[in-house]
Design a protein. Structure first.
Length: 457
C-alpha cells in the first residue's frame, strides 16, 4: 500500500532521513519545518499520516497535535510523535494531546514502516466509509459536535487475556474506575466470549504460559464478528520479532512491560475512541445504503431494490426449474382519498396497506412499493394457481376492515385490484413479468376493481 506522509521536523537532516526512508518504500512524502506550516498543509492538502517531531522551537509537537485533534477537519488524521524523549510521562503527554503513537529517536526502520502502514490503513478505511456515508447527503457529524469524540471512550468494555493473576489484577484495578473490564486466562474461552458478548477492546498478553497470544490475535482478525475489534498487545522488552509479527497480523497497538498506568489508560482510551468513531461511520453508511433501497413512508423496499431482487429470483428459479409469480396491487380510487381527506390521510392508508401485505405473506416473499399507490409482491416457488389464492387472501385482508385516516377515529373503506403474472420462459425478465402483471391489473380495473386477474390474456 502507499499513502501521503507529512514529515514535520525543524532539523533538515532529520527531515531528509525520514523522507528518504519513506520514499524508498513508495510513500509520497510532504515536509514541513515548523508547526504552523504543518497545520496549514493538513488544513489545505490531503495527508494520511503525520510524523511529528516533539521538540521544535515556537510551537512544539504537543501543541501541533492538540490543534490537529481539535479541528473537526483533521481530528481523525493519525499522528505519530517522533521524539528523543523516552520517559513514560512524555508518552502520556503526547497521547493526551491526541497522538496515535510514538517513535523514539533513533527511529527503528522496521518499526517506522510498520506503524506508518498500520495507521495509514486505518485512515484510508475511515476515509472510504466517510465518503460512502456522505454520498447522496451531508454526513451529519457536525463541527459543533466535535467535542463528543473526546469522551466517547468512557465506559468502554474491555476483555483482558492474561494468565498471570497478579499482573491482571493490577491492570484491572487501574482500568476499573473508567471501563468495564473482564479477565480470561484461556484464549479459546476468550474467543468464545467475544463472539457472544462484543466488547470495545481486546488486551492480549504475549507472555501466556500455555498458549500463543498471537494465535488469538490472528483468529480475531479472521472472524467477521471480531474483524474490526481493536487489539492491544502486552509484550516483554526486547520481544521485537513477536511485536512486528503482531502488528503485521493487524494488532492496533502495544504496551511494553513494566506497564505504566497512565500510558495504558491513554492508549486504551485512544483505541476505544477510534473504534466507536469507526462504528458510527459504519452505522451511518448502513443507514445511507438502507435509504437508497427503502421507501421511507412504508418501510418497504423501493423500485431500485425490487429490480435487483427480481433479477436474482428469476435467475435462481430458471436454474432450479422452479416456479415464480408476481402480484401487482393497486389501491382503488386512491386519488379520491387524497382529494377528500388530504395527503396525510393518504399516507396513513399507504402505511396501513403495506402493513397488511406484510402480515399476509411468507417470510421468503418480497413486498415492495415501486411508487405511488402500487405495490408488488414477488413469490418464489409459487405457480400461477397458488399465486391466485394468495392474491385473493390479500384482497380480502384489505377490504375486510376499514382504514383509519385520522386521530379522531375517522375511517374509510379501501379496496385493491390485483394483477398476477408468472415466470413462463427462460427468456423472461423482471420487466417482461412486470409488464404482464400490469396488463392483468388493467384487466381487473376494467372488470370493476376490487378483484384479481391473472395474465391479461
Amino acid at each position: 500500500m502507499t499513502a501521503r506522509i507529512l514529515v514535520v521536523d525543524d532539523i533538515l537532516a532529520n527531515v531528509k532521513l525520514l523522507e528518504a526512508r519513506l520514499t524508498a518504500e513508495y510513500f509520497e512524502v510532504l515536509t514541513a519545518m515548523n508547526g504552523q506550516d504543518a497545520l496549514d498543509i493538513c488544513e489545505n492538502e490531503r495527508a494520511d499520516v503525520v510524523l511529528l517531531d516533539v521538540m521544535m522551537p515556537g510551537m512544539d509537537g504537543f501543541e501541533v497535535c492538540r490543534r490537529l485533534k481539535s479541528n473537526p477537519k483533521t481530528q481523525q488524521l493519525p499522528v505519530i510523535m517522533v521524539t528523543a524523549l523516552d520517559q513514560p510521562s512524555d508518552k502520556v503527554h503526547g497521547l493526551e494531546a491526541g497522538a496515535d503513537d510514538f517513535l523514539t529517536k533513533p527511529v527503528d526502520e522496521i518499526a517506522l514502516m510498520t506503524r506508518v502502514r498500520n495507521l495509514a490503513r486505518v485512515k484510508m478505511l475511515n476515509d472510504e466509509m466517510m465518503m460512502r456515508a456522505a454520498t447522496g447527503g451531508r454526513l451529519e457529524m457536525a463541527d459543533d459536535d466535535a467535542d463528543q469524540w473526546q469522551d466517547i471512550a468512557d465506559g468502554g468494555k474491555i476483555l483482558l487475556v492474561d494468565d498471570h493473576q497478579r499482573s491482571a489484577d493490577r491492570m484491572v484495578n487501574s482500568l476499573a474506575p473508567h471501563f468495564e473490564c473482564a479477565v480470561e486466562a484461556d484464549p479459546q474461552s476468550a474467543l468464545v466470549m467475544l463472539t457472544r458478548n462484543p466488547c470495545d477492546l481486546l488486551m492480549v498478553s504475549l507472555s501466556l504460559e500455555d498458549a500463543d497470544g498471537l494465535r488469538l490475535c490472528s483468529q480475531i482478525r479472521s472472524l467477521d464478528k471480531t474483524r474490526h475489534l481493536p487489539i492491544l498487545m502486552l509484550i516483554e522488552p526486547g520481544d521485537d520479532a513477536r511485536l512486528l509479527r503482531g502488528l503485521d497480523i493487524g494488532v492496533n497497538d502495544y504496551i511494553v512491560r513494566p506497564i505504566d498506568r497512565s500510558e495504558m489508560l491513554a492508549r486504551v482510551r485512544t483505541q476505544i475512541k477510534r473504534k466507536r468513531y469507526a462504528d458510527c461511520l459504519r452505522q451511518r453508511l448502513e443507514e445511507r445504503v438502507e435509504q437508497a433501497l427503502i421507501d421511507p413512508l412504508t418501510g418497504l423496499h423501493n423500485r431500485r431494490y425490487l429490480q435487483s431482487h427480481m433479477r436474482g429470483q428469476i435467475d435462481e428459479a430458471i436454474k432450479r426449474e422452479k416456479p415464480l409469480s408476481m402480484l401487482l396491487l393497486d389501491i382503488d380510487y386512491f386519488k379520491s382519498v387524497n382529494d377528500t381527506f388530504g395527503h396525510d390521510a393518504g399516507d396513513a392508508v399507504l402505511r396501513e396497506f403495506a402493513m397488511r401485505l406484510r402480515r399476509n405473506i411468507r417470510g421468503i416473499d418480497l413486498v415492495a412499493r415501486p411508487g405511488g399507490e402500487e405495490f408488488v409482491v414477488v413469490m418464489p416457488d409459487t405457480n400461477a394457481r397458488q399465486a391466485y389464492y394468495v392474491a385473493e387472501r390479500l384482497r380480502r385482508a384489505i377490504e375486510v376492515e376499514n382504514f383509519r385516516v385520522s386521530d379522531d377515529g375517522k375511517d374509510i373503506n379501501v379496496t385493491a385490484s390485483v394483477g398476477i403474472a408468472s415466470l413462463e420462459t427462460q427468456d423472461d425478465t423482471a420487466e417482461s413479468i412486470l409488464k404482464r402483471a400490469d396488463e392483468a391489473l388493467y384487466t381487473a380495473k376494467r372488470g370493476g376493481r376490487n378483484r384479481v386477474a391473472a395474465e391479461a390474456a
